[in-house]
Design a protein around this ligand. Structure first.
Ligand SMILES: *Cc1c(COP(=O)(O)O)cnc(C)c1O
Length: 219
């Protein structure tokens, strides 16, 4: 099928272009299991879903084992299911959500790597912890025995000139450098999407989340 071939070509191009030390995460929202499989066959090993239900529907249909990240806003009433489905949650943005994840990790006897999502533009109605709240949230996560704080994630503007994203990425990188001293396991900086990943890598991202440039435009 033509689409699947194109995904393979896009994946190869992206993997070639992105520096070796940067992990390419395929943002799989709205895609089919066949499309995700094409990305896997081209060498992508890390995938993300935005919705717990979408992951719940897709993961059992896959005949390969990839690393799955939760990259969308997570509601506390979905935390139980998220713990059972995902290998890592990139979008922890409150102490209440962290504590809910801790509770279900304890019940399921699982250890869960997490990132803090940073609202790096301090925008109203945007998910993510405000920059000034990140230190306290990191300290709280540090007290939860089943959660491992391993990184920071930020969204930035969804479209537009990539240069508009740069200040958001810079802010997130500064927070990363600041809290790294207290959080020695911190090593991932997840920022950049199809239109902005080059600028993100330039600003220190070592995990980029790509949908459109890999799978094509969403319907
Ligand atoms: C969809 C999505 C992406 C990828 O966006 P594209 O512009 O399609 O590359 C990255 N991160 C998150 C959280 C997303 O929801």
């Amino acid at each position: 099928m033509e689409t699947l071939k194109l995904i393979g070509q896009n994946a190869e191009k992206l993997l070639h272009e992105i520096p070796d030390e940067v992990t390419l995460l395929a943002a799989a929202k709205t895609r089919t299991p066949e499309e995700v499989r094409a990305a896997w066959e081209a060498g992508i090993r890390c995938f993300g879903h935005n919705y717990v239900q979408e992951a719940q529907a897709m993961l059992p249909q896959l005949d390969f084992r990839a690393e799955w990240h939760m990259i969308g806003h997570l509601q506390r009433n979905k935390a139980d299911l998220a713990v059972s489905l995902f290998d890592l949650v990139e979008t922890v943005d409150s102490a209440r959500l962290a504590r809910a994840l801790e509770k279900y990790c304890a019940q399921q006897e699982k250890s869960l790597p997490v990132f803090i999502e940073v609202n790096s533009g301090c925008e109203e109605n945007k998910d993510g912890a405000l920059p000034e709240a990140v230190d306290d949230l990191a300290a709280i996560i540090g007290t939860l025995p089943h959660l491992k704080l391993q990184g920071l994630m930020t969204m930035g503007p969804l479209t537009g000139d990539a240069e508009l994203s740069r200040p958001y990425f810079k802010t997130t990188r500064e927070i990363f450098d600041r809290i790294k001293k207290e959080n020695p396991e911190l090593r991932w900086l997840s920022m950049g999407m199809s239109h902005s990943y080059k600028v993100a890598v330039d600003e220190g991202a070592n995990l980029v989340r790509i949908g459109t440039a890999l799978f094509g435009p969403r319907k």
